[in-house]
Design a protein around this ligand. Structure first.
Ligand SMILES: NC(=O)c1ccc[n+]([C@@H]2O[C@H](COP(=O)([O-])OP(=O)(O)OC[C@H]3O[C@@H](n4cnc5c(N)ncnc54)[C@H](OP(=O)(O)O)[C@@H]3O)[C@@H](O)[C@H]2O)c1
Length: 272
């Protein structure tokens, strides 16, 4: 479903496509895109939230907005999202922020539904959108892609094993494609936040269940998005937000990998 109100007035401006724009970090990144003067295509499953945010962006920043609902656990929906988004005109920015995770033991059979959804959204659909965006941006003379990875992508993450693996994939893919795409003036940035106060943990009922969510300081989605957007504008390849997250990201460079896995497992273990 799309709302193209005002779009006709802004045909000359470039678009930013933001997935996960209905909530949390993606919602805040959609605001950053509008602040920077891009027309914004907001995507997510909850159309009411997309519409409300689109309306606030139009009023505050005088940009055009289009809302496209898509369930990215279906790879065909990612293809359809891209096709509908690209029909608006030049897409100069792609933000892959849609994502989810599961906190719990890999052995628990009840976890697979959410884990498989994480792989489909965080890995498969993000890759499809990135591939389509890269071809489009190379053809229009350049662009920027921001993939929201995670500090969890820097080391193995026991008790969030599949989630950590999806983010390690996204981080690796981003850095590799950044190298390939530089010749086409397409800049790829992996944004790696630490724990952030969004619906991420409540959606998994892991709110206040781990050391990560109960004891460690959490960032706001707005501060994460502002840092990520600044990194995107500077063409940074990896952006790690916050001093504690930077320590987490640095640890695997100096500690044995097995020890970092143990530390991450303690941080992610459900205790309450
Ligand atoms: N919060 C943290 O501590 C943290 C830390 C590091 C990285 N991250 C990453 O940041 C990104 C944004 O997460 P968040 O923290 O902002 O969580 P959030 O508030 O739960 O937002 C998640 C977003 O993803 C969308 N989404 C989830 N499943 C989807 C699906 N099947 N199809 C389409 N969209 C879907 C949601 O939209 P709908 O529900 O409307 O579909 C929502 O807009 C994720 O990639 C996450 O891995 C989060």
């Amino acid at each position: 479903m799309s709302d193209t109100s005002l779009a006709q007035d802004y045909r000359k401006a470039d678009w930013a496509l933001v997935t996960g724009a209905s909530d949390g970090i993606g919602r805040a990144l959609a605001t950053e895109a509008a602040k920077a003067g891009y027309n914004v295509i907001l995507s997510g499953r909850r159309s009411d939230r997309l519409e409300a945010h689109a309306e606030s962006l139009r009023r505050a920043h005088y940009v055009a907005t289009v809302c496209i609902t898509a369930d990215l656990s279906d790879p065909d929906a990612a293809e359809a999202l891209w096709t509908e988004a690209a029909s608006q005109g030049r897409i100069a920015v792609l933000v892959n922020a849609a994502g989810l995770g599961r906190n719990g033991q890999f052995l628990d059979p009840d976890g697979w539904l959410r884990e498989s959804e994480s792989i489909l959204v965080n890995v498969i659909s993000a890759t499809i959108l990135m591939k389509r965006a890269l071809a489009h941006m190379a053809a229009i003379g350049g662009g920027r892609i921001l993939n929201v990875a995670s500090a969890a992508g820097f080391m193995p993450g026991p008790n969030m094993a599949v989630y950590g693996a999806t983010k390690a994939y996204l981080l690796s893919l981003s850095e590799a494609v950044a190298e390939e795409a530089a010749k086409d003036a397409v800049f790829v940035t992996a944004l790696c936040p630490g724990a952030t106060t969004t619906g991420f943990f409540t959606a998994d009922s892991a709110d206040k269940a781990t050391l990560l969510t109960r004891l460690l300081p959490m960032a706001t989605p707005e501060s994460v998005a502002a840092t990520g957007w600044a990194g995107l504008e500077k063409g940074r390849r990896v952006v790690v937000t916050g001093w504690m997250t930077k320590g987490f990201a640095f640890a695997p460079r100096v500690l044995p990998r097995r020890l970092t896995a143990w530390i991450a497992g303690q941080v992610f273990r459900r205790r309450w």
